[in-house]
Design a protein around this ligand. Structure first.
Ligand SMILES: [Zn+2]
Length: 219
């Protein structure tokens, strides 16, 4: 999870749908704008171009029309994350609120060997940060059989992305060619998949910070 800036104002169809009986908060322009604003990436797990998407209500609306049709409450998520969040995690960090920078509140670590492990570590101890860490651990590990299979699939994509990123770092270190630095910069950009984990690969190592710290996205 990283910070994302949502475009304003709200798509016009939202206010029109709110007036209808059984209006649709996922009208076409809402879906297209969310896809664009969130870089076609689930804001929770950071899977790029997820095969199934959901219009996610940051605060579960539970029938409240103001929450259901509030543009600021609508986010782009995959169905795996949307199902786990449901109405149980209304109290997590809001990635569209830049007063809290997600990657300065939480560390994101993925270790492939000897045993694959995902760790989301709170850096500060506010209730919201602790809840977000708890929530993300559920996302990357699952609880029910279905969720565990889905989380395995997400981690497999995460593993590939991390491996791709580490290859780019190695290529740069061996060749010192600018094209690899550009590739690393692109892989650290907010539109890339699993950016939070790649940011923390750089932040975790002083030598990487010296070489690549200037390529980290500024939030
Ligand atoms: Zn997701």
């Amino acid at each position: 999870m990283i910070n994302v800036e949502k475009s304003q104002p709200a798509p016009e169809c939202l206010a029109l749908e709110k007036l209808k009986k059984d209006g649709d908060c996922g009208c076409k322009d809402v879906r297209l704008r969310l896809k664009h604003d969130f870089f076609n990436k689930c804001y929770i797990c950071e899977e790029k171009a997820p095969s199934s998407i959901a219009i996610e209500h940051f605060i579960a609306h539970e029938g409240d029309l103001n929450l259901k049709f509030d543009w600021n409450n609508l986010f782009f998520a995959c169905t795996h994350c949307n199902n786990i969040k449901h109405n149980s995690f209304n109290d997590i960090l809001n990635c569209t609120d830049f007063s809290e920078i997600i990657t300065e509140c939480l560390e994101f670590h993925f270790t492939p060997f000897p045993e694959e492990k995902t760790a989301i570590i709170p850096i500060k101890s506010s209730p919201k940060i602790l809840r977000t860490a708890e929530f993300l651990m559920k996302i990357y590990n699952g609880k029910t059989t279905n969720q565990i299979i889905e989380a395995d699939n997400i981690r497999s994509k995460l593993r590939n992305e991390i491996s791709h990123f580490l290859d780019a770092i190695e290529d740069y270190q061996h060749s010192l060619q600018e094209k690899y630095r550009l590739k690393i910069k692109q892989l650290l950009s907010p539109e890339s998949a699993f950016t939070a984990f790649k940011i923390w690969i750089i932040k975790s190592r002083p030598d990487y910070m010296i070489q690549f710290g200037d390529l980290l996205p500024s939030f």
